[in-house]
Design a protein around this ligand. Structure first.
Ligand SMILES: Nc1ncnc2c1ncn2[C@@H]1O[C@H](COP(=O)(O)OP(=O)(O)OP(=O)(O)O)[C@@H](O)[C@H]1O
Length: 271
């Protein structure tokens, strides 16, 4: 990994990298250049947010990291593996929609990745129970998705991503469709999980407020094709909580990130 370019905000050499993208571009078959050149280095255990205008390539970057597609040029490295990760290997993916199977129970929904990996039933059961307990749903293992609120469905989706014990959690606007109170709760629960489990998290969001609240670094992207516009470290006392959300430091960071984001919207309507 020594040849990897370290993006600003990361202390070179201090810690191992979980993910690095170097000179990465992505042009789809229809000719749309979605990304790049794009450089990103994420340390193991770091929580970063990708923030940028609609269509700037945030999901594309996550998909390349997950191995769900190849870059058109450049290098994607995940941990020490050459090339992107194999789907499901060491990576958990949480989408904006919970994408649960409506015909079966919460337990079976969370068990799916273990089933695909042919994990024996008894071991799978223990791991599913543990994952559901970690997201506060121990009492709902036999419920069906239709019996759950939007926030609970998202918790199931998170448990399904955690059940394989991935090193890296990729989250693509997971809380965008939730009401604000539920979103705040899930933000706090996600931070508690991250502190407890020590995973690397790459979190895509459209919300300046959410990115500042959650992350150690906010990576602001330009309009398409997405490049790095700014890489802002959020230095604050841990653990974060309501005190941080209402602090002047939080407001200052939100202003700083908004200012960094503004050029990415030049020429685009903000409405
Ligand atoms: N499979 C595909 N084939 C062709 N074009 C695609 C494909 N996937 C994405 N694109 C295009 O690539 C660009 C980047 O898309 P992407 O979904 O990565 O952006 P995004 O920043 O995640 O957007 P949003 O914030 O709206 O979710 C867009 O112009 C999109 O239309």
């Amino acid at each position: 990994m020594s040849d990897v370019k370290i993006s600003s905000g990361v202390e070179a050499g201090l810690t191992a990298l979980a993910v690095s993208l170097r000179d990465v571009t992505k042009t789809y078959d229809n000719g749309v250049m979605a990304l790049g050149p794009f450089d990103l280095a994420v340390r193991k255990g770091e929580f970063i947010s990708l923030l940028g205008p609609s269509g700037c390539g945030k999901s594309t970057a996550l998909r390349l990291i997950a191995g769900l597609g190849a870059p058109s040029s450049g290098t994607v490295r995940v941990s020490r593996h050459e090339g992107a990760a194999q789907p499901g290997h060491g990576i958990g993916f949480v989408f904006q929609e919970p994408t649960l199977m409506p015909w079966t129970s919460v337990r079976e929904n969370v068990r799916l990745p273990l089933k695909l990996a042919r994990v024996p039933k008894a071991e799978a059961r223990a791991r599913v129970d543990e994952a559901l307990a970690s997201v506060g749903l121990a009492e709902f293992t036999d419920a069906f998705p239709r019996e759950l609120s939007g926030g609970m469905k998202m918790r199931v989706s998170l448990a399904r991503a955690l059940v394989t014990d991935p090193d890296i959690l990729l989250m693509d606007e997971p809380f965008a469709a939730l009401d604000e109170i539920t979103r705040f709760r899930l933000n706090n629960d996600l931070l508690a999980l991250w502190r407890g489990l020590g995973k690397t998290v790459i979190f895509v969001t459209h919300s300046v407020f959410e990115s500042v609240y959650l992350s150690q670094r906010v990576v602001v992207m330009t309009a398409r094709p997405g490049r790095i516009q700014a890489d802002i470290r959020i230095e604050t006392v841990e653990p974060r909580g309501e005190e941080f959300r209402t602090s002047s430091a939080y407001a200052d960071y939100c202003r700083k990130v908004s200012a960094a984001l503004a050029p990415s919207y030049s020429g685009q309507s903000m409405l």
